[in-house]
Design a protein around this ligand. Structure first.
Ligand SMILES: Nc1nc2c(ncn2[C@@H]2O[C@H](COP(=O)(O)OP(=O)(O)OP(=O)(O)O)[C@@H](O)[C@H]2O)c(=O)[nH]1
Ligand SMILES: [Mg+2]
Length: 651
């Protein structure tokens, strides 16, 4: 039986509690929402919270509903607390008046600071146990603590869960902060990231199947949209959504969500996994991030094993500082984290690092890029890239941060999706913006990251040094070869060469070849003339490829003079020898193209058909086909040939 629900509107911001064990968080949530978030028997028996509790809170108009996540205070359950904290927009730090600031008050506050929780209020509970003088003292202590934590303006409300004194003011202050947050969030740049939810809890519901619970971090999905569970690539979709007990047609970031998953066993999904729009996010074993030391102990050392808390996951990871050997309290820098098992993180995700023993929060930061597996810790180039990434992140440019921190010179579309955490129109728009700003150079199906162009040029410079050494007679490296090396379509060579030569003075285009400025072909003027003559003759003959011996004779060259020149021209990609014949690369490409067209209409192509379309002589045609057989492109079959696979760029 469906019960008609009163009109409601979900507010897409999360309120969260924090504070020391037994300070009255759960009691406060009960007063604000009417829900007891201590549902477990163990919680009842021990009189403390263990798991996260989600409760809907009706705001004063009785229509709008904001979610509250109630966290456990006991240090044994800090894992759950951090998972809850990572989705909090408005924090209620709860401090019992009779106890004051206690260890978890302090640790929770530091964790939420690392999470960059935008809005904070303090609720001093149990004031029924205090006399006015003590009230004043506690208020001062708390104000001092909040200033020290960097939140000098956080409102402080005194209240009692027992007598309800101050409850009105808690409600008013909370609503004010929620409204401020909503207003400010709508003024922030649009978040184009695809749907993602870190799974907090999973259960099997009788008659419905698997239900996953969490707070989506970004994006929006509708019923029946494709979803995937990561790691594991389990494909699924949503049969139903519920937010605070209300059925919903779609799901989005900022409110607790229960998703009924189609075709997935509850055992196959667990806390720490990610439910996401397919194809965008990928589990990773390592990432680079900013790191701030907010611990109370010794500096963070160059290499340490620590506990990583990110989203709803926890893992023991190895942390390597970048660009420095230690990070003292209050310092910030960069870190490379290596994980034992892969999990999904995305640029901008906040995380917390805790020392293994004794357990204590030592710091945290934000993910810059999940696409970095190896890097040079000491390289100034790495540090500069990470600094650029941090600046971009500070400006809210997540995609820019990911691009900079990944330090990739050439990126493909699937990487762009992962780096921008978006797909389709959103990804296209983000990429177009970066192309317009000159941060990405558009090469059709690949993009060069402008900031990495100098590195790319240096990489080519090194390759060319070797190339020139091994090909003394060549002008430089052939366009197709350069393009293949970088992963750019050959037709875009000119654009590529221009970008490279602009960014590096040592690179030049010489007769259409990419070369090092100082390297001229080490050929005598006679040899250079002969080489050009060979190229010219071969080109002018087109499909009537001359035999080596005939060409040498007609140019008056010996075999010894001719061979190195042919090798140079081949390396430059100007001509292609096959059998005893020499043909221009262009003519061969044309013949191959014609052959492929023949194969489009016939499974088998005979020698005569090939000769007919290309105009090649019998001997040349036979030699060409035999060369293609040798390359594994074609194979003799019956009276003709069949296609095995299309040839690579060389042919
Ligand atoms: N006198 C008095 N007792 C309170 C008040 N608020 C809570 N308590 C009592 O303090 C105890 C702990 O309250 P909880 O709300 O469970 O504390 P908590 O912060 O949720 O504890 P954890 O979740 O375990 O961290 C309970 O016995 C409450 O009855 C208050 O304002 N006045
Ligand atoms: Mg509690």
């Amino acid at each position: 039986v469906e019960i008609e629900s009163p009109a409601h509107e979900v507010v897409f911001a999360m309120v969260g509690t924090a504070g020391h064990v037994d300070h009255g968080k759960t009691e406060l949530v009960k007063l604000l929402t009417g829900c007891d978030t201590d549902r477990l028997r163990a919680e009842k028996e021990r009189g403390l919270s263990i798991e996260l509790g989600f409760a809907p809170c009706r705001l004063s108009d009785q229509r709008r509903i904001v979610g509250i996540v109630d966290v456990p205070g006991h240090s044994d359950f800090i894992r759950n607390m951090v998972a809850g904290a990572s989705s909090v927009d408005v924090l209620m730090l709860v401090i019992a008046g009779d106890d004051g600031v206690m260890p978890q008050t302090d640790e929770h506050m530091r964790i939420l600071k690392l999470m960059r929780v935008p809005r904070v209020m303090v609720v001093i509970t149990k004031v029924d146990l205090l006399d006015p003088e003590l009230e004043q003292l506690v208020r001062e202590e708390v104000a001092g603590f909040m200033s020290k934590m960097g939140y000098p303006n956080a409102p402080i409300v005194l209240m009692s869960n027992r007598t309800k004194r101050g409850l009105d003011q808690v409600q008013r202050t909370l609503e004010q902060l929620v409204d401020d947050e909503i207003r400010e969030a709508s003024a922030r740049p649009r978040d184009d990231r695809a749907f993602r939810m870190n799974v907090e809890r999973v259960f099997a519901s009788k008659g419905h199947g698997t239900v996953a619970v969490g707070v989506p971090t970004s994006g929006r999905v509708g019923l029946h949209d494709h979803l995937e569970v990561l790691p594991g690539n389990t494909h699924t979709s949503a049969r139903a959504f519920q937010t605070y007990g209300f059925e919903a047609d779609d799901a989005r970031a900022g409110a607790c969500l229960a998703v009924n998953l189609r075709g997935v066993d509850a055992e196959d999904v667990s806390r720490g996994m990610t439910l996401a729009k397919p194809g965008v996010y990928h589990p990773t074993n390592a990432f680079v991030a900013t790191l701030e030391n907010l611990g109370k102990g010794p500096p963070i050392r160059r290499r340490t094993n620590v506990r990583l808390h990110v989203g709803t996951s926890v893992a023991t990871v190895s942390a390597a500082l970048i660009g420095t050997d230690e990070l003292t309290f209050g310092d910030d820098g960069f870190v490379h984290l290596k994980l034992p098992d892969s999990l999904v993180v995305s640029t901008g995700d906040r995380f917390v690092l805790r020392q293994l023993s004794p357990p204590a929060t030592i710091g945290g930061g934000a993910v810059l890029s999940p696409l970095v597996s190896r890097l040079k810790r000491k390289s100034p180039h790495v540090l500069q890239a990470l600094e650029r990434a941090r600046d971009a992140l500070d400006e809210g440019d997540l995609f820019g941060a990911a691009l900079a921190a990944s330090m990739l010179d050439v990126v493909r579309y699937d990487q762009l999706m992962q780096l921008s955490a978006s797909t389709g129109n959103e990804a296209d728009r983000l990429v177009a913006d970066k192309v317009r700003d000159g941060e990405l150079l558009d090469f059709g199906d690949a993009w060069i990251v402008h900031a990495e162009l100098p590195t790319l040029a240096v990489r080519l410079q090194r390759t060319l040094e070797t190339y020139h050494r091994q090909n003394r007679g060549a002008w430089g490296m052939a366009p197709t070869q350069v393009c293949r090396l970088i992963g750019i379509q050959p037709r875009l060579f000119t654009q590529l060469a221009t970008a490279l030569c602009d960014s590096c003075d040592d690179l030049v285009l010489r007769h259409g070849f990419l070369a090092l400025r100082g390297q001229l072909p080490a050929l005598s003027p006679d040899a250079l003339r002969a080489k050009d003559a060979i190229a010219r003759c071969v080109a002018s003959e087109g499909v009537n490829a001359p035999a080596r011996g005939d060409l040498a004779a007609s140019l008056g060259l010996t075999k010894r003079e001719m061979d190195p020149l042919v090798r140079a021209l081949t390396a430059e990609g100007v001509i292609r020898p096959f059998g005893v014949y020499l043909m221009s690369a262009r003519a061969i490409a044309r013949c191959v193209e014609l052959l492929l067209t023949l194969f489009e209409n016939n499974p088998e192509v005979g020698l005569n058909e090939f000769r007919e379309v290309t105009g090649a002589s019998r001997r040349v045609a036979v030699a060409m086909l035999e060369a293609l057989d040798a390359k594994g492109v074609t194979r003799r079959a019956g009276s003709g040939r069949v296609l095995i696979r299309p040839p690579d760029a060389e042919w």
